[in-house]
Design a protein around this ligand. Structure first.
Ligand SMILES: Cc1cc2nc3c(=O)[nH]c(=O)nc-3n(C[C@H](O)[C@H](O)[C@H](O)COP(=O)(O)O)c2cc1C
Length: 387
């Protein structure tokens, strides 16, 4: 049996990912920013909530199905955008998109991804959303919006929580930077992981060259190891942008628009007023502002401010089906998963990612049975232990 198939939970997939990936890349995925307070706190917030067990309820028929943006899905899950997927596995974005489609959930392709969006779209017949950061030049953002529209993406996700580059000190220690530069330290790290080196970088080289950020506009489509830092405009964000930019994005895109990375009720209202169709509360998985609250803490205030006018989803720290249960019971309509899917991908490509999603689905279903719940869509505060 493959190792990923034997993994019984997301943490076991994480351990397999750690073994297969170079340390610099693994830490880039798994760790948080600064003192990793937000990273730990995200887990503590989930663990502090208890589910109310209910006995002798007929739970012989259970359904985790839900509707997101008017489309039926098998699970209240979304695979979150993560720029690194294509470095964990050759064309990892395609593998993730196919695994998401197979599980019946949407996949969000990040703009900082490696595989061209058209390739991902062709490989996946499920719901596909495209994620955008606001670039310093509006023309760059516009070009990516137009391209995603032409490629047939179903919704646009605007991420608003990364206005400056985050402080992740271990990346510097590991010699892991964007763009990647080969030095003695990371060269040894790569050489110590030949499966990854040959299976990922080797395959890109055989197919034409070092992986590039294929979804940026033409002049910015550098390889992940481009030399000149001053040419490295893609990692820059528009630090001057205000909510007016959201209205521009809304108009250019014309379709369903999701705003991701909200951390307070004021911003949730601002996003809604600027035309968002759905909101994602997130602290970027504890990777940005280390003193940010957990999205679970923010959820009640946001729900009362938004007052049912649009769906509210959250991410950051989801590792178990019970976490999905808790978020839904607190009023989120769905939950996004970043690392949970990436660990499966790094451990076993498409099959590993599919295993991650299947594990979360099984765990959610089991919690529902223990809690006497037949439909995930009907979860509410009454399903949690008070206090
Ligand atoms: C390696 C990595 C890369 C990420 N890249 C992006 C990105 O390009 N765009 C984005 O909106 N969010 C990005 N995120 C954040 C995820 O979309 C998501 O908010 C976060 O992973 C949720 O936390 P979790 O990993 O605990 O599930 C990234 C996260 C990780 C772990």
């Amino acid at each position: 049996m493959s190792r990923w198939a034997a993994a019984q939970n997301i943490d076991e997939l994480r351990a397999l990912a750690q073994r297969r990936l170079p340390r610099g890349l693994y830490e880039f995925v798994a760790r948080g920013s600064e003192d990793e307070v937000a990273l730990r706190h995200n887990r503590e917030a989930f663990e502090a909530i208890k589910i109310k067990p209910r006995a002798l309820v007929d739970v012989s028929q259970r359904s985790s199905a839900t509707t997101l943006l008017g489309r039926a899905h098998a699970l209240p899950l979304v695979v979150a955008p993560t720029g690194a997927a294509g470095l964990l596995w050759y064309q990892g974005e395609t593998a993730l998109a196919r695994a998401a489609a197979q599980a019946g959930v949407p996949y969000v392709l990040g703009m900082s991804s490696i595989t061209p969006m058209e390739t991902v779209r062709r490989a996946c017949d499920g719901a596909l959303w495209f994620q955008l950061y606001l670039a310093p030049e509006q023309a760059s953002s516009d070009a990516m919006i137009d391209r995603a529209k032409a490629a047939g993406f179903d919704a646009l996700v605007l991420t608003v929580d990364t206005v400056v580059q985050p402080n992740r000190e271990y990346n510097t220690h590991n010699g892991f930077s964007v763009p990647m530069r080969l030095n003695r330290r990371n060269a040894l790290d790569f050489a110590a992981h030949p499966g990854w080196l040959l299976g990922v970088i080797g395959r890109y080289l055989a197919a034409g060259g070092m992986p590039r950020f294929e979804n940026y506009p033409p002049g910015l489509r550098h390889s992940v190891s481009a030399r000149q830092r001053e040419r490295w405009a893609p990692v820059k964000r528009n630090e001057a942008a205000t909510w007016a930019a959201l209205a521009q994005v809304r108009e250019r895109w014309g379709g369903q628009l999701i705003v991701k990375g909200l951390g307070c009720a004021e911003d949730a209202l601002a996003a809604l007023n600027a035309g968002a169709d759905a909101l994602v509360l997130s602290n970027h998985g504890g990777r940005n502002l280390d003193s940010a609250p957990s999205p679970l803490q923010v959820l009640p205030a946001v729900l009362s401010a938004v007052h049912g006018r649009c769906p509210v989803w959250l991410d950051s720290g989801v590792r178990r089906g019970s976490d999905v249960f808790k978020a839904l019971a607190l009023g989120a309509q769905g939950v996004w998963v970043g690392r949970a899917a990436l660990y499966g991908l790094a451990a076993g490509g498409y099959d590993g990612a599919a295993r991650s999603l299947a594990l979360l689905a099984e765990e959610l279903d089991r919690c529902m049975a223990y809690a006497g719940v037949r439909e995930a869509a009907a979860l509410g505060l009454a399903n949690l232990h008070p206090g």
